[in-house]
Design a protein around this ligand. Structure first.
Ligand SMILES: NC(=O)c1ccc[n+]([C@@H]2O[C@H](COP(=O)([O-])OP(=O)(O)OC[C@H]3O[C@@H](n4cnc5c(N)ncnc54)[C@H](O)[C@@H]3O)[C@@H](O)[C@H]2O)c1
Ligand SMILES: [Zn+2]
Length: 350
């Protein structure tokens, strides 16, 4: 299954195409970036199917390693192995490997080519598409980075078979978001799911990738329309950053689930969605993600995190909100009072 982007190809479940494309790129050397989990569960699939000589670069897994020190490990390995401008880096892993590996590739010798091979649901339905690369810095998520497209994105849904359930659920949050901002039918179908292990992943990934691709292609550098993808993320990122800094990291999708409930509240408060729609969204998300009021208790600190968010403009906090179920708008300024109220809405279970 293939979906053509203007700049690069996204291929789903086609090993032959991957092999052919690497041969066509004809790199001077091919590096594969893995963490201990993708080395254990995914690397052998890649080696068996492609039969291409590669050098492996290993980094430790997890968001706490998505930082400049891990980049140094990657750059040092590339230098030690004499990687040159014609080398290729394949990022075999979740969003952390994709964001960090892409960032390392895009900056090594002013940029070498790279391929994204996402192995988590989150990276398959979202992170690998759109060219955003980067690392966390100074206690803030994705503070340092750039936007650059890979040579291609090669998705294999079989990788999901070894993915722990909480990571499946985390990735599913992005697909729910895609439904909420762009396709009401997708939201209705996905929000009714009971067992995430039984999903038709090829179809789920294909739908989400197409939504993300069409939004990012129309506005690659986030000047306008692409901002709708930030729905759930202004509050979600602040919650995620707060707990990351506290050394109690929570999964990206779990934070986004909290963010989507709070930001649905803001959409309701703006008069854009009905009370019934708000409660449908809240109930569906709580049913899948549980209710974790403790996560939003440090309201002032979370607000402070938002004030540092990259999406701010002229000092006011700008949100992407729903203007109806299945459609979003962006650059909605929201005052601190309303944000605090929206966190309170999440915290309270009525
Ligand atoms: N660039 C973007 O547009 C974008 C979009 C959304 C999220 N992100 C970023 O993505 C990151 C989160 O990504 P993630 O949720 O994939 O986390 P992750 O990369 O940390 O992967 C989650 C865990 O699953 C393991 N794993 C990966 N594939 C596996 C497999 N097939 N089987 C078993 N275990 C496997 C990993 O080793 C890790 O422990 C965050 O840093 C977030 O900021 C980026
Ligand atoms: Zn996200």
């Amino acid at each position: 299954m293939k979906t053509e982007c203007t700049k690069y190809t996204i291929v789903i479940n086609e090993w032959d195409t991957l092999k052919k494309d690497i041969l066509r790129i004809n790199p001077s050397a091919t590096f594969v970036l893995v963490d201990e989990n993708t080395e254990k569960y995914c690397l052998h699939h890649f080696l068996d199917h492609t039969d291409i000589p590669v050098k492996i670069i290993r980094i430790p897994s997890g968001e706490i390693h998505k930082n400049i020190r891990t980049c140094e490990l990657v750059w040092d390995s590339l230098i030690r192995e004499n990687a040159d401008r014609h080398s290729l880096l394949i990022n075999l892993g979740g969003g952390v490997i994709g964001d960090l590996g892409g960032f390392c590739a895009a900056t090594y010798m002013r940029g070498i080519r790279f391929i994204q091979m996402p192995t988590t649901l989150l990276s398959q339905v979202d992170a690998s598409v759109g060219g955003k690369l980067g690392i966390d810095y100074g206690g803030y998520k994705n503070m340092i980075g750039l936007i650059k497209n890979p040579e291609g994105v090669y998705i294999f849904t079989d990788f999901l078979k070894t993915l722990p359930y909480e990571h499946l659920r985390s990735g599913f949050a992005e697909s729910l978001k895609h439904g909420l901002i762009a396709d009401r039918k997708t939201w209705e179908e996905l929000s009714a799911q009971k067992d995430l292990t039984q999903l038709d992943f090829e179809r789920l990934v294909y739908n989400s990738v197409n939504i993300k691709k069409s939004v990012t292609e129309s506005d690659p550098f986030e000047k306008g329309w692409r901002k709708i993808l930030n729905f759930g993320h202004t509050i979600g990122h602040a919650v995620e950053s707060y707990w990351l800094e506290k050394n109690e990291p929570i999964l990206h999708g779990d934070a986004i689930a909290i963010g989507m409930i709070s930001e649905a509240y803001l959409s309701y408060r703006m008069g854009k969605i009905s009370e019934e729609e708000l409660f449908d969204i809240r109930n569906a998300i709580l049913r899948l993600y549980g209710h974790h009021p403790r996560m939003v208790k440090p309201r002032n600190e979370i607000l402070r995190k938002m004030q540092h968010d990259k999406k701010n403009h002229n000092g006011s906090i700008q949100f992407a909100l729903l203007d109806s179920l299945g459609h979003a708008y962006y650059d909605a300024p929201v005052d601190d009072m309303a944000i605090a109220e929206s966190l309170f809405f999440y915290e309270e279970k009525m």
